[in-house]
Ligand binder design. Structure first.
Ligand SMILES: [Zn+2]
Length: 203
């Protein structure tokens, strides 16, 4: 059994109560924040999403802090076309606001180890709890996918393109995330590394 990662903030109350459903796909999202230390980023993104009638199951910031909805089965509006069977994870960072090539964005993502590792631990936890495999999913089959993939697969016009995977010409290290999640699920990794962590909006 994968132990639930530490919860820094309960975000359940920000979103409307919705019926529960079985979950089989994790959808990775990116939203701009200013990488402030503490919980202010998580709080403001949760309250923004809630005010728009949207919702998300988990928010992870640069420090690896987690805002968690205890309503794990909730059908939140976060990935049009695939809300029912998906768990949404919002990764907040300054990366979407940077005018950089996909390669440079990718490099910055790799340097945000605390955030990536914490998201991976959550993926391991959700996978264990809900019984779906840890693998990259293009959006149709159980596994881990990106909001970009969901928009493509469901042909959502004006869809969202966040967390576009690097291997599809984007910048997000989704295969790295899947790999780390597998290591956490199997117990080969226990805790996120601390050595390379520093606050800041780049590298
Ligand atoms: Zn998104």
């Amino acid at each position: 059994m994968v132990r639930r990662p530490f919860i820094n903030m309960d975000i359940t109350g920000y979103f409307d109560d919705t019926p529960g459903a079985n979950k089989s796909i994790i959808v990775i999202h990116e939203t701009v924040s200013h990488d402030h230390s503490g919980l202010s980023d998580i709080k403001s993104i949760a309250s923004y999403l809630g005010s728009k009638g949207l919702g998300i199951h988990l928010i992870v910031d640069q420090e690896g802090k987690s805002g968690y909805s205890f309503d794990e089965g909730a059908i939140y509006a976060h990935a049009r076309g695939n809300n029912t069977d998906t768990i949404g994870i919002e990764l907040i960072s300054f990366i979407p606001a940077l005018r950089l090539t996909p390669w440079k964005r990718f490099r910055i993502w790799l340097s945000r180890e605390r955030q990536l590792h914490k998201a991976a631990r959550w993926c391991a936890y959700y996978s264990d709890r809900h019984g779906f495999p840890l693998r990259y999913s293009g959006g149709k089959v159980p596994g881990i996918t990106s909001h970009y993939d969901i928009s493509i697969v469901n042909n959502v016009s004006g869809g969202h393109w966040d967390a576009k995977p690097k291997h599809k010409g984007g910048h997000f290290p989704i295969k790295r995330l899947v790999k780390l999640a597998k290591l956490y699920k199997s117990g080969k990794l226990a805790y996120a590394p601390i050595r390379s962590f520093k606050m800041g909006k780049s590298t």
